[in-house]
Design a protein around this ligand. Structure first.
Ligand code: SAM
Ligand code: SF4
Length: 467
C-alpha cells in the first residue's frame, strides 16, 4: 500500500461553488488508507461549507494528510510546510486568510513538535480523530493552535457523516472502504502500531451500509482497506464472530457490486475461509497483495514476521490451488539491520519461486521508537542501493512477463475513466493492470470483454473482443 501521492480529486463538486464558499485543498501522502481518509475529511468539511479544490492557490484551507512509514515522507512534509509558511505570509499581506492543517500519521507521531517546527500550522489532527477536524478549525479560528492526537474514545466512524452519494459518484466507479485500522503485529521495522494504534475493526452493519451507499451511487468495484485487513473481525448478524472471508461472502451478495478486492494482508492471517472465498466468489478479483518483506528466515525472525519463507510459499501454493489464476503482489524491504549477502540472495530466491505480477520494494528506513532502530549492524546505504536495484530489476522482469502472458487473452475490463487519447478509456483488468481500449465515455462503469493485444511500460492495450 505504498508510493501513491494523490491530490484529492473531488472535482465534480466544484460546479456549484458560491463565490463566498470556503475551499479546501487536501494533499494526500502514502497509502490507500490515507486516500480514503482524505475523502472522508473532505465529506466532514462539506458540512462546514468547504468545497474541495485542486488548485492549492485558491484554497482557504490546506491539509497535508501525511504518511510516516519511511523517513523521507516526514521530511517532505516539513519542506512542504516551509513553502506554505511563505504562502500564508503573502496571503496575510493581502488581508486573506489561509489555514494550514497537518493530519495523518506524521501528525500522530510528531504532535506538538509540528507546531514548534512549523509556526504556520493551525491544526494537527491524528488519524483516529479527524472527525473532530471541523471543531479543531473553529478553535483555530478563535486563535488557538490545536493538537488533536489522543486516541478518541468515541468511534470515529460513528461521528463522521455517511458517505455522500453525489460525492461518491463524482469520485468514480471504484472506491476504497476502510474496514479495519491499526495493527497488533509489531514488525520490528514498522511505525504503524504506534501511529495507527492497535487493531480495531468496523462493524458488519457499518461496512455493509457504506458498501450499499457506494453501490447505490454507481460504484462497481470496492477495495476493502486495513493496515492488516485480514485481521478484521466482526460480530455476525446471527451472533458469533465473522472473519474477513465471511464478510466478503456477505458483500458479494450486494446486487450491482461487480468487483471486490482487499488490501493489505498479513500471511499469518490468511485463514481457510479467506482462501475458500477466493475459490468461490467470482466477484472477488484474482489478485492478492501479500507482503513477505524478506526471504531469509533469520531476517524474517528479526523482523518479527512470525512465519518462515517455506511457510509463506506453502500458503501461496494453497491459495493458487484454490484460485489458479490469482496474481500475487508483495512488499519487500532490503537492508534490514544485519542482512547479509546470503540473506539478500534468499529474498531473490523467494521472488524467483513466487513469480510476482507486481510488487513494491524499499530500502530499510530506520524509524525512531521501533525495535529495528535499536539494532546494531545497520546496513551501509550503498549496499542497500545496490540490493534494491537488483531486486527491482528482477521484480520488473516478472511484472513484464506477467503482462506479456496476458497478450492474446480475452478478459473482463471495468471501464474507469477517460484515457489520454480521444475516444479511449482506461479500465482495470481483474489483475489490477491498467488497460487502454477504444470506448465511449458513456460506457464508464461497464464491464466489457476485451482482447489484450500489446503491452506498454505501465499499461496494456486491448481491442473489443469479437472486433
Ligand atoms: N501491513 C502490511 C504488511 O504487513 O505487510 C504493510 C503495511 S506498511 C504501511 C507498507 C509497507 O511499507 C510494508 O509492507 C513494508 O514493506 C514497508 N515499510 C514499513 N516500514 C518500513 C521501514 N521502516 N522501512 C522501509 N519500508 C518499510
Ligand atoms: Fe506494519 Fe507489520 Fe503491522 Fe504490516 S503487519 S502494519 S508491516 S507492523
Amino acid at each position: 500500500m505504498n508510493q501513491i501521492t494523490v491530490i484529492s480529486p473531488d472535482t465534480a463538486e466544484k460546479a456549484d461553488v458560491a463565490s463566498n464558499t470556503r475551499k479546501v485543498f487536501i494533499k494526500t501522502y502514502g497509502c490507500q488508507m490515507n486516500v480514503y481518509d482524505s475523502n472522508r475529511m473532505s465529506d466532514a468539511l462539506a458540512s462546514e461549507g468547504y468545497v474541495p479544490t485542486e488548485e492549492m492557490g485558491e484554497a482557504d484551507l490546506i491539509l497535508l494528510n501525511t504518511c510516516h512509514i519511511r523517513e523521507k515522507a516526514a521530511d517532505k512534509v516539513y519542506s512542504a510546510l516551509g513553502r506554505l509558511r511563505d504562502m500564508k505570509r503573502t496571503r496575510a499581506e493581502h488581508g486573506r486568510e489561509l489555514m494550514i492543517g497537518v493530519t495523518g500519521c506524521v501528525a500522530q507521531a510528531e504532535g506538538e513538535e509540528i507546531l514548534r517546527r512549523a509556526p504556520a500550522v493551525d491544526v494537527v489532527v491524528g488519524p483516529q480523530t479527524y472527525h473532530r477536524l471541523p471543531q479543531a478549525l473553529t478553535r483555530a479560528r478563535q486563535g488557538e493552535r490545536v493538537v488533536e492526537t489522543d486516541y478518541a474514545v468515541e468511534d470515529k466512524f460513528d461521528h463522521l457523516p455517511k458517505v455522500d452519494k453525489a460525492r461518491a459518484r463524482a469520485r468514480g466507479v471504484t472506491s476504497f472502504l476502510t474496514v479495519q485500522e491499526g495493527c497488533d503485529k509489531f514488525c520490528t521495522f514498522c511505525v504503524v502500531p504506534y501511529t495507527r494504534g492497535s487493531e480495531v475493526s468496523r462493524s458488519v452493519s457499518q461496512i455493509v451500509d457504506e458498501a450499499l451507499r457506494l453501490v447505490d451511487s454507481g460504484v462497481r468495484e470496492i477495495t476493502l482497506l486495513g493496515q492488516n485487513v485480514n485481521a478484521w473481525r466482526g460480530e455476525s448478524p446471527k451472533g458469533g464472530e465473522w472473519v474477513l472471508g465471511e464478510l466478503l461472502y456477505r458483500l458479494a451478495e450486494i446486487p450491482g457490486l461487480a468487483r471486490l478486492r482487499y488490501t493489505t494482508s498479513h500471511p499469518r492471517d490468511m485463514d481457510d475461509c479467506l482462501i475458500e472465498a477466493h475459490r468461490d466468489l467470482r466477484v472477488l478479483m484474482p489478485y492478492l497483495h501479500l507482503p513477505v518483506q524478506a526471504g531469509s528466515d533469520r531476517i524474517l525472525k528479526a523482523m518479527n514476521r512470525r512465519h518462515t519463507g517455506a511457510e509463506y510459499l506453502r500458503l501461496i501454493e494453497r491459495i493458487r490451488s484454490a484460485r489458479p489464476d490469482i496474481a500475487m503482489s508483495g512488499d519487500f524491504i532490503v537492508g534490514f539491520p544485519g542482512e547479509t549477502d546470503q540473506d539478500f540472495e534468499d529474498t531473490l530466491k523467494i521472488v524467483e519461486d513466487v513469480k510476482y505480477a507486481s510488487a513494491y520494494s524499499f530500502k530499510y528506513s530506520t524509524r525512531p521508537g521501533t525495535p529495528g532502530a535499536e539494532l546494531g549492524s545497520q546496513v551501509d546505504e550503498a549496499v542497500k542501493t545496490e540490493r534494491l536495484e537488483r531486486l527491482q530489476a528482477l521484480l520488473l522482469r516478472q511484472q513484464k512477463e506477467f503482462a506479456e502472458a496476458c497478450v492474446g487473452k480475452t478478459i473482463d475490463l471495468l471501464l474507469e475513466k477517460p484515457g489520454r487519447m480521444p475516444g479511449q478509456l482506461i479500465g482495470r483488468s481483474p489483475w489490477l493492470q491498467s488497460v487502454n481500449v477504444d470506448a465511449k465515455e458513456s460506457q464508464i462503469g461497464d464491464i466489457i470483454q476485451v482482447r489484450i493485444i500489446a503491452t506498454g511500460p505501465n499499461s496494456l492495450f486491448a481491442e473489443r473482443a469479437g472486433s
